[in-house]
Design a protein around this ligand. Structure first.
Ligand code: AMO
Length: 429
């Protein structure tokens, strides 16, 4: 039976292991093969004078990144990784890797992001890359567990849709028989419709598609969104829930991903409760002072403005009370000052992680807001109809999973948090 490399100890005496050849070193009468699997490394040491002929033959032929099976005795060794080594009695090449390799898995030669993504299967053999996706898997679990514990229903909504949610310009049209259809930008309209259905608390973790032209280190054309929608809740209620979800994700990773965090060399700090809140008006004042930019009330926050505010805030924080004019039609305006609305963004010091709002639940007001944005209520008929038959007050948010991982692990590029990123130029692999 194959033993994971991390579990190989001298107490075992003999072991059967399977792994990739990470490194080969030949030193006259000795050769060293560092084996690698998901759990770690193990040195196989061949003493040429003592090794069986068949072992020498196979070892001579083997190339880096080939998959090999070794059966042998396990011994203590000060110089080997983990303080032990295996002395092969059998050495079988299960799958030989061609040379040269498209990418150096042992990290001696650092590859460009494009080369890495072109050869993601090789890139992901690197412990530092694999660790990112172990953390991402843990975050998905932590977030789902939070929702299940709190009684949410996990929903799956269609990604092929007939209308835009977040404004009309960033849609990918698709060929859908004789109809016009698009890839969904957000489950927004569907999660709201499930409030009309009386589900009360829903969540979805799924893909969103944005036909954004700009190719940046924090935008993708296909991203993963963690969405939540809650009935009988306002913007303040859901900000608290959002904060709890972020803290739950960090706490879970802190507790359960110690190996991955160590491999990545990250100083993971679990955010404290009560994320500070600043209003949009305060945020632009802050940005104007530190950037010397001419930021007018009603402008969106530029990347440099976000960065300047983030530097000042130094932790996760909320920006609240946005001008109604720059938030989507579904955000609820304040009753006493409809120029501002009950929308918020949740920020990491480096970038925006989430947007959310209390939603408009009154049919007439929603139709009016859709018109105000220059959109046509007719194309939203399927969405608007539920508002005529008993829509409860509700609120919700969406968090970018990719950005959550990127900021948690301090990755320089969002592509590093995604297995097969889709950007302006990349649709393969
Ligand atoms: P918004 O458009 O702000 O809000 O998106 C929510 C979050 O999703 C992530 N995100 C992206 N990540 C990478 N690349 C992109 N192109 C990209 N676009 C968005 C960000 C962002 O904060 N329906 C609302 C949410 C709601 O109100 O419930 C929405 O989609 O982290």
């Amino acid at each position: 039976m194959r033993i994971p490399l991390k579990e190989v100890t001298p107490e075992l005496q003999s072991a059967e292991v399977i792994g990739w050849i990470h490194e080969i070193r030949n030193l006259g009468g000795l050769s060293f093969f560092i084996l690698r699997d998901r759990t770690g490394f193990l040195q196989a040491t061949i003493i040429k004078k003592k090794a069986p002929e068949a072992v020498l033959e196979a070892a001579k032929d083997v190339s880096r990144e080939s998959v090999v099976k070794i059966v042998g005795t396990v011994k203590e060794s000060d110089k080997a990784p983990g303080g032990r080594e295996i002395i092969p009695e059998q050495f079988e090449i299960i799958s030989k890797a061609e040379t040269p390799l498209p990418l150096d898995v042992s990290e001696k030669v650092l590859a460009e992001v494009d080369t890495r993504l072109d050869n993601r299967y090789l890139d992901a053999r690197r412990p530092k890359v694999s660790a990112v996706f172990q953390v991402r898997s843990a975050v998905t679990r932590a977030v789902s567990e939070y929702f299940y514990k709190e009684g949410y229903i996990n929903i799956t909504t269609s990604k092929i849709v007939a209308a835009a949610t977040e404004g009309g310009t960033e849609l990918f049209p698709i060929a859908y028989f004789e109809k016009e259809a698009f890839l969904n930008q957000s489950p927004q309209l569907y999660k709201q419709m499930m409030m009309a259905a009386g589900f009360e608390k829903v969540f979805e973790i799924g893909p969103i598609f944005r036909a954004e032209e700009h190719n940046t280190t924090r935008h993708l054309n296909e991203a993963t969104s963690i969405d939540a929608e809650i009935s009988f809740a306002d913007h303040n209620d859901v900000m608290k829930i959002l904060e709890d979800v972020i803290i739950a994700a960090y706490e879970y990773v802190d507790k359960n991903c110690t190996d991955a965090i160590e491999t990545l060399g990250v100083d993971l700090k679990v955010p404290g409760k009560n994320f500070p809140k600043i209003t949009y008006a305060e945020a632009i004042d802050m940005a104007a002072v530190s950037t010397n930019e001419d930021i007018k009330y009603g402008d969106d926050l530029s990347t440099s403005a976000e960065r300047a505010i983030g530097e000042e805030m130094g932790e996760h924080y909320f920006i609240t009370d946005w001008p109604t004019s720059i938030k989507p039609y579904y955000a609820m305006p304040y009753e006493d000052d409809p120029k501002i609305c009950k929308a918020f963004d949740m920020m990491h010091p480096r970038m925006e992680l989430s947007s959310g709002a209390q939603r408009i639940h009154q049919y007439d007001l929603l139709v009016e807001q859709i018109k105000q944005k220059g959109l046509s209520p007719e194309s939203f008929e399927f969405y608007l109809k539920p508002f005529r038959y008993g829509m409860p007050p509700h609120a919700g948010w969406g968090v970018g999973m990719d950005r959550l991982i990127m900021t948690m692990l301090d990755l320089p590029n969002i592509r590093e948090a995604v297995l097969f990123p889709r950007d302006r130029h990349r649709v393969t692999p």
